[in-house]
Design a binder for this molecule. Structure first.
Ligand code: GAR
Length: 205
């Protein structure tokens, strides 16, 4: 069984959607949800889903060892960032090469980088008069939103669309594609050597 850990800083609607998608999956499951924000709504969602959560400070995240211990305790194979605000630190990048995937709510390389998060991104898109926006799913490297792009999908931005409307359209794309792209990434990496798939665990695994 491949174990995913999801990192989320806020509402966690993507985290929930991903966990639902993999519920009952033969080879992949969401084992853990982590957050830097103890007040984030993602904790409520995790509770309802029966998925354990772990909260850490920015300092602990940057230093890495406690977060890595937790990830290892849950036998984490892949990390998914779903609305996660902090920059991923070197210890995590080294421990999970090409195994950390992020979603960004715009068509990178536009509207990315430090501070470009959620609502701010959609406001910038509307203010620039863009006619399209969308999602970018990419591997994570040491810079914000600069890792290799895995997948993009776009939607129309109509004249008069408020940032909230763009957010709604982008969220729809996220829900439709993010879980399937995660599954494809994992399967493509394991299909190079199908015998390397970790052993299945017990019934509850
Ligand atoms: C999502 O739209 C995600 O793409 C975005 O935050 C939102 C989180 O929503 N991520 C970023 O902006 C990262 N720079 P959610 O908490 O409901 O899943």
């Amino acid at each position: 069984m491949i174990h995913i850990a999801i990192f989320a800083s806020g509402s966690g609607s993507n985290a929930e959607n991903i966990a639902e998608y993999f519920r009952g999956h033969a080879d992949i499951r969401v084992a853990l949800i982590l957050s830097n924000n103890p007040g984030a709504y993602v904790h409520e969602r995790a509770k309802k889903l029966g998925i354990p959560t772990h909260t850490f400070s920015k300092a602990a995240f940057d230093e890495g060892s406690a977060v890595l211990d937790t990830l290892r305790a849950y036998k984490t194979d892949y990390i998914v960032l779903a609305g996660f605000l902090l920059k991923v630190s070197k210890p995590l990048l080294d421990a999970y090469p090409r195994r950390i995937v992020n979603i960004h709510p715009a068509l990178l390389p536009k509207y990315g980088g430090k501070g470009m998060y959620g609502e701010k991104v959609h406001r910038a898109v509307v203010e620039a008069g863009e006619t399209r926006s969308g999602i970018t799913i990419h591997y994570v490297n040491e810079n914000y939103d600069e890792g290799d792009i895995i997948f993009q999908a776009s939607c129309e931005v109509s004249p008069g669309d408020a940032p909230e409307e763009v957010a709604r359209k982008v969220h729809e794309l996220e829900y439709a594609y993010f879980p399937r792209v995660i599954e494809a990434v994992i399967k493509s990496q394991y299909s190079l050597n199908p015998f390397s798939l970790p052993e299945k665990e017990g019934k509850e695994g």
